[in-house]
Design a binder for this molecule. Structure first.
Ligand code: BG6
Length: 456
């Protein structure tokens, strides 16, 4: 029997835009997703848009019961900035009532809320003013954060500022998966930098409003594994980690942007505009905990044809196709559970063994109805195996002293996923797209047993 530490958090992660529905009603204003879907629905899998995702705005009470029914003692979701402050300044009272009832329902069912403030859903009014490229976005986010802490801080003790900040940077400004779908490395760096400052300023507000609470940030982690021991491949892996991991993890935990990253950006004319007090803001506002979303590793090699100065990240490191990889064919992502052990040890040794948790881990599979048994339950043994293997390596890291306090799966109920719509399903519960009815999968029952035993 592998036991996890006492009070270990077992749960699942979600986000407001992927679950609430009612995305343009009850006082909510448009996010970039609402806008982009209206402009270019053909970009979205089967024209599936963000309007009525999972309808949790209406079904939250029954959903909180469902969380409890599968042994979840915690959940992460986000607040929609556009619902709480539709114009960035005025509080939408309907949103306050909704979120207070929602968070209270979690507590009533023994499910601790971890509330995140930003999950890729930028208000359209802010995008119209330049979005994260504009320095004004920093103060706008800090104001929103402070408002949320004041309104819900009596119910919510654990907060996070951003989910995967690197994703809106690279998807919005390098790879065109998010609005505004621009390709410009220098602008991407500026967007990342303002996001980092917005995070730090929100932490500063948190310390004033909720000095007894805990605040963190959720980062996507794909550890970089080099093709070989050659100096060139090793350098590619270091640069990949610098850009993708250390860019946010170092300032969030250690209080500073790595020197090597500053040098690399300077050498390539990619430095963002900064102000004199920024370094102090970062230094004084480190976090209490970290959430790490882990799905797949990053295999890298030295690039064969690199432009100098760099125009794209692939000028620093190229993707390496490891012949021995195991792949989840639906999502196209490598399955490599050992990375969770490596991450656990990295947190212990490089990041002062700060408390951290696995804030997302999961397996997206298409057409899961194929696995439905005679009584209508989806038997997703592959997902159970996936999670068990990851938990095994996580457990090993914890037994060697890594300070991990929880494991959250992505996700609770099958949900809408950005440009992929409902193609890949991740939930412990399936959702009928016509009726929105939820049914527990075999993995939900397995999760309950695992959480109850606090191990497996
Ligand atoms: C995480 C995000 O990166 O991965 C979620 O926080 C997302 O929003 C999840 O849905 C799964 O990825 P995808 O692209 O298959 O939905």
């Amino acid at each position: 029997m592998k036991k996890f530490p006492e009070h270990f958090l077992w749960g699942a992660a979600m986000s407001a835009p992927q679950t609430e529905g009612q995305s343009l009603s009850h006082g909510k204003s448009a996010s970039t997703w609402d806008y982009w879907f209206a402009e270019a629905p053909e970009k979205f899998n089967q024209n599936q848009g963000p309007a009525d995702t999972s309808k949790m705005y209406d079904t939250y009470a029954a959903d909180c019961q469902r969380m409890q029914a599968i042994g979840m003692n915690s959940v992460r979701t986000s607040i929609a900035w556009t619902r709480l402050l539709p114009d960035g300044k005025t509080v939408n009272q309907e949103a306050v009532i909704f979120y207070r009832k929602y968070f209270q329902a979690m507590l009533d069912h023994g499910v601790e809320p971890i509330i995140n403030l930003f999950h890729f859903d930028l208000p359209m009014w802010l995008m119209d003013q330049g979005g994260w490229e504009s320095r004004d976005s920093v103060a706008a986010f800090a104001y929103y954060a402070e408002t949320a802490f004041e309104l819900f801080g009596d119910l919510v003790k654990k907060w996070t500022t951003f989910n995967e900040p690197m994703v809106h940077v690279e998807c919005g400004y390098l790879y065109q998966y998010h609005y505004p779908a621009i390709v410009d490395f220098k602008r991407a760096v500026q967007v990342g930098y303002h996001t980092l400052l917005a995070h730090a300023q929100a932490v500063e507000a948190f310390r004033k409003v909720l000095p007894k609470g805990e605040i963190g940030i959720i980062l996507n982690i794909s550890p970089s594994y080099p093709r070989s021991d050659s100096a060139e491949d090793q350098l590619a892996a270091q640069r990949s980690d610098l850009l993708n991991t250390r860019s946010f993890l170092d300032p969030a935990v250690l209080g500073n942007v790595p020197e090597e990253l500053v040098t690399l950006l300077a050498e390539n004319d990619l430095l963002p505009a900064v102000k004199a007090d920024d370094a102090a803001l970062l230094e004084e506002n480190t976090v209490d905990f970290i959430g790490l979303n882990y799905y797949q590793p990053r295999r890298v090699q030295a690039p064969e044809h690199a432009e100098s100065p760099a125009k794209m990240p692939h000028d620093f490191y190229a993707a390496y196709d490891w012949p021995e990889k195991r792949i989840n064919p639906y999502r196209g992502w490598e399955i490599y559970p050992k990375a969770l052990y490596d991450v656990a040890i990295m947190m212990k040794e490089t990041y002062r063994n700060i408390p951290w948790y696995v804030s997302e881990n999961g397996m997206g599979v298409a057409d899961e109805e194929r696995f439905m048994n005679a009584s209508g339950m989806i038997e997703d043994d592959y997902r159970i195996e996936f999670m068990q293997e990851h938990l095994d390596y996580l457990h090993q890291g914890i037994s060697e002293g890594s300070n991990c306090f929880g494991y959250h799966a992505w996700t609770f109920v099958d949900c809408w996923s950005w440009l992929n719509g409902y193609r890949n399903r991740y939930g412990f519960y399936s959702m009928d797209l016509a009726t929105y009815e939820r049914s527990v999968k075999k993995s939900g029952l397995w999760f309950k047993a695992t959480a109850e035993k606090n191990g497996f």
